[in-house]
Design a protein around this ligand. Structure first.
Ligand code: RUB
Length: 319
């Protein structure tokens, strides 16, 4: 019989897959919450059955979206924290590990916000792409310090996450100019920083983020506008230390065109990659809760935090 996965884990996995829950930090937080729920509600009778349920729940979450490494990093954190010889000990340690992960996530966000705010001066204008809670943490910290900022916000087709960013910035009292993605270059001379988040950061300092980030970064370099990436250290992709590459998610074509629209155009092939890779030479700084790093040096931090640890504790052990 397959191990029992709690319905709330399936619900959270579905919400991640359909992007009801989205953005790397939120996905990680929700994955830890889901494992916590699984641990709390499990009625497994043996330690082996409990562990098998936790692995199955982690696999259900893991298989939702492939690009944001925050998801496997969250699962790893909780499963590595699961410890003990009785079901109750395993349950308690898993619940505590999930809680600790979520707390660390919160603190990291606040700490990196303060680092990012140091880059922003009173009167600065930033350009953003997609919706990144890490970028917003930097803006919020700067606003709290009394700095007045403005923002040019890219719409971010096809899902328009720029609308969420515009709303959040408005709530922070930051005046927003919303532009279509293709207008970005036109405004790059008028902004002081491009600030984006990350879904994964590779060992060579490449930044994987919402599709359109790399084109924006290349244009920004051409115009001399610094590109800052705001990302907690759980965006560092330990697998890239050992030669793995980051999977770029291809999403459904219906996000780009409805079936009717597609038919009216003579049924072209529609491609919908969700993320792209910005090479380190186009990134000026990566702002984390551990301070600011040039992208080329991020590998040092990655080794310090993860070593060569690329285990997949959700995989069934071979017996
Ligand atoms: C979201 C996206 C965000 C990063 C960082 O893509 O690319 O820039 O996840 O977000 P999607 P955060 O909308 O497809 O999930 O800083 O909140 O972790």
């Amino acid at each position: 019989m397959d191990p029992h996965v709690h319905p709330d884990v399936h619900r959270i996995a579905d919400d991640i897959g359909t992007m009801e829950i989205r953005g790397a930090a939120k996905i990680a937080d929700s994955a830890a919450t889901a494992l916590q729920r699984q641990a709390r509600e499990s009625d497994a009778e043996t330690p082996d059955a409990f562990r098998a349920e936790m692995r199955a729940a982690a696999r259900t979450l893991h298989d939702t979206r492939p690009t944001a490494v925050s998801l496997p990093n969250a699962l790893r954190y909780v499963l590595h924290g699961m410890d003990g010889v009785t079901v109750e000990q395993l349950r308690e340690s898993s619940v505590v590990a999930a809680e600790r992960f979520r707390e660390r996530l919160d603190h990291a966000q606040a700490d990196l916000g303060l680092v990012g705010a140091n880059r922003l001066k009173d009167g600065d204008c930033i350009m953003t792409h997609c919706h990144s809670t890490a970028v917003l943490a930097c803006v919020e910290a700067a606003v709290d310090q009394g700095k007045e900022l403005t923002a040019v916000v890219k719409e971010t087709r096809p899902r328009n996450q720029g609308h969420i960013t515009a709303e959040r910035l408005h709530e922070l009292g930051v005046p927003v100019t919303l532009i279509v993605d293709s207008a970005a270059r036109r405004y790059l001379n008028e902004v002081d920083h491009v600030m984006v988040g990350a879904d994964s950061i590779a060992a060579d300092g490449s930044v994987i983020n919402k599709i359109g980030t790399s084109g924006l970064a290349v244009n920004a370099r051409d115009r001399g506008t610094p590109v800052v990436v705001a990302a907690q250290t759980f965006k560092l992709h330990p697998g890239t230390l050992t030669g793995h590459s980051v999977d770029i998610e291809m999403r459904d074509e219906s996000e780009v065109l409805s079936a009717e629209e597609k038919a009216a155009l003579g049924n072209p092939t529609v491609a919908n990659p969700a993320f792209d890779v910005t090479p380190p030479r186009y990134v000026d700084a990566i702002v984390t809760e551990r301070g600011q790093f040039p992208p080329e040096s991020i590998v040092m931090l990655m080794r310090e935090l993860f070593g060569e640890q690329t285990t997949e504790p959700w995989v069934e052990p071979v017996v």
